[in-house]
Design a binder for this molecule. Sequence first.
Ligand code: SF4
Length: 252
Amino acid sequence: MEENDHFIEGIYNWCDRWCERCKYTDRCFSFQMDVEDGIDRLNRDISDEKVWEHVGKRLSQALEMLHEMAAEQGIDLDNLPDVEEEPPSERAERLKALCEELHKEYINRTKVFFEENKDYFHEKGHESIRWVEMGISNEEEALAKWQQVSDQAEVIHWYTYFMGVKMRRAIGGLDDMDEEHWGSPGQSDANRTARIVMLAVDRSMAGWQVMLESFPEKESDIVKTLALLARFRRMVEATFPRWAEAGPDVVW
Ligand code: SF4
């Protein structure tokens, strides 16, 4: 299969990897390559053996491609000159430390909230059933509310680790945003990565908002978590003020 105009260039590099909820599977070269190889990313019951066989195949393809590209540029991959890597700027180092600190605290708060409140969630579930039985609330509404809570809990979990990992990647590219090969800083890997971080933060905040509406007794904890996410968001915005201009040109 060839990567042609039907596919959105590089979309898989700057997405949230949530293929089950992605509306661009048909236009994602990476997803369609898997389909061609008989791998269904939407099916979680795939055997380990098949996954590793597939990973091995992809790795060989990537190496083959790398060698071809290097040969085209006249580069001998077996005899590369030693290159001294530039150390990250002070700003990047400082941001990395701040990102680590905020992200670690967020992971911890999320874990504690969902683990320590298990009994409370069960009690709230029973309370909903009692209210339906007494005719105080409507069954359909109660089910819809719990479905929404469950969906948003899944959203929060999906992005909990993702946002920090991606933000570290974005910060890692901060010093290279002006490199010519990006075309413009707005389309650099760092800025494109920042865009998906913002999406992860905003969706997580919306998820926590639903938790707040559903579990008002936990307001104090949830508000602190939201405040932490707001701090994380400010860090992303201040570092990458032009994140919204970044490609790929899609509406997530
Ligand atoms: S663009 Fe969509 S289909 Fe492709 S890897 Fe990302 S989430 Fe999955």
